[in-house]
Design a protein around this ligand. Structure first.
Ligand SMILES: Nc1ncnc2c1ncn2[C@@H]1O[C@H](COP(=O)(O)OP(=O)(O)O)[C@@H](O)[C@H]1O
Ligand SMILES: [Mg+2]
Length: 330
């Protein structure tokens, strides 16, 4: 079996959606919505990455690629050194699914309303054939205590509608953890929760993923959440990562004009972060039939002629900090 220092190695991942049926497609035309258009990053065990950016920039689709919930149009994806794109044997896919778990945004949708909490947590153990009957009860009790649902037995026979949103999101987290995964994707994990319970769920997720040395990808439009939760932050725009770096560095000293604009738009509770306003014009262009050159050209306050002709290379400006901007290259 291949080995690698990295748990996740995504290289030039692409996901294009056809925008009209084949029959009506003009030949040679670019009739695709480029949801993810060449995304690359690597993560080692225990590292966390936040994917940020406006709605529609391709965050969820990138998360789906990472969990093999959607097929890539192009690029390569290695998980623990193994090529995931070519996995076809049922057992191999099942083993990958056990190791790579998703935390849903909405806990009310994630759990079967007709299942008791015990039954919901038993399900993954049955699917992956883990533990004997007695062991399963102990595993369920242990994972519930780990997510602070104690005493666990008092929740066993409850149904989702009898639990609060915060408690349900803990059950969703427990269900992901019970199969002992190596990698977790959390897509907007607290955005459906009441503000008052968000911090509790986030602190718990941070504590558990650190203790278990899990590799995690958090998807959120909330930069202060990402700065708190993640070692690295990637800023996405129209299906591409425009800047990626250590979270503190990227948020304290952003380089890409789009990152600067995003940061200036949100209050970051950190005295070291200057909050100067950066205005960007227009709305996000459509990810269909993109013009040549930089994807941010139409909204960029420092656009030049070069930006309209040539696409900037995503290149390293400091250790572990990469930016796709012509201004950053000089
Ligand atoms: N199944 C799909 N079919 C067609 N277009 C899709 C599909 N899923 C996502 N998209 C489009 O891909 C783009 C990226 O979507 P998504 O990854 O959900 O963005 P985000 O999570 O950042 O809001 C959007 O323009 C969205 O409309
Ligand atoms: Mg999304």
């Amino acid at each position: 079996m291949a080995t690698s220092d990295y748990i996740i190695e995504l290289h030039q991942a692409k996901k294009f959606f056809p925008i009209r049926p084949k029959l009506f497609r003009r030949s040679g035309s670019d009739d695709y919505l480029k949801a993810v258009n060449g995304v690359s990053f690597k993560l080692k065990q225990g590292e966390s990455l936040g994917l940020a950016g406006e709605s529609g920039c391709g965050k969820t689709t990138t998360g789906k690629i990472l969990l093999k919930l959607c097929a890539m149009t192009g690029g390569s994806y290695f998980f623990k050194g193994r090529d995931i794109t070519t996995l076809t044997a049922k057992e191999e896919i099942k083993s990958f699914r056990k190791q790579a778990q998703l935390i849903f945004q909405n806990p009310y949708d994630a759990l079967n309303p007709r299942f008791t909490i015990y039954r919901s947590l038993l399900e993954p153990l049955i699917i992956h054939n883990l533990g004997t009957q007695q062991e399963r009860r102990d595993m369920i009790r242990a994972v519930m205590e780990r997510v602070n649902l104690k005493p666990a037995e008092t929740f066993f026979e409850k149904y989702p509608h009898q639990m609060s949103g915060g408690q349900l999101q803990r059950v969703v987290l427990a269900r992901a953890l019970i199969v002992d995964p190596a990698f977790i994707v959390a897509d907007e994990p607290v955005s459906m929760l009441d503000v008052s319970v968000r911090a509790g769920v986030l602190n718990l997720m941070k504590e558990i993923t650190e203790k278990m040395d899990l590799t995690t990808v958090y998807i959120s439009h909330d930069l202060s959440l990402i700065q708190y939760m993640c070692d690295y932050t990637a800023i996405m725009y129209l299906g591409k990562i425009v800047e990626l770096g250590p979270s503190r560095e990227l948020i304290a000293a952003p380089i890409h004009p789009y990152t600067k604009a995003l940061i200036s738009a949100v209050p970051i509770p950190d005295p070291d972060v200057a909050n100067e306003a950066v205005n960007i014009s227009n709305n996000v262009p459509s990810p269909i039939n993109l013009p040549p050159g930089c994807i941010f050209q139409d909204r960029c306050p420092v656009v030049t002629q070069l930006c309209r002709q040539e696409e900037p290379v995503f290149s390293e400006v400091a250790a572990g900090h990469r930016v796709a901007c012509h201004q950053a290259e000089t």
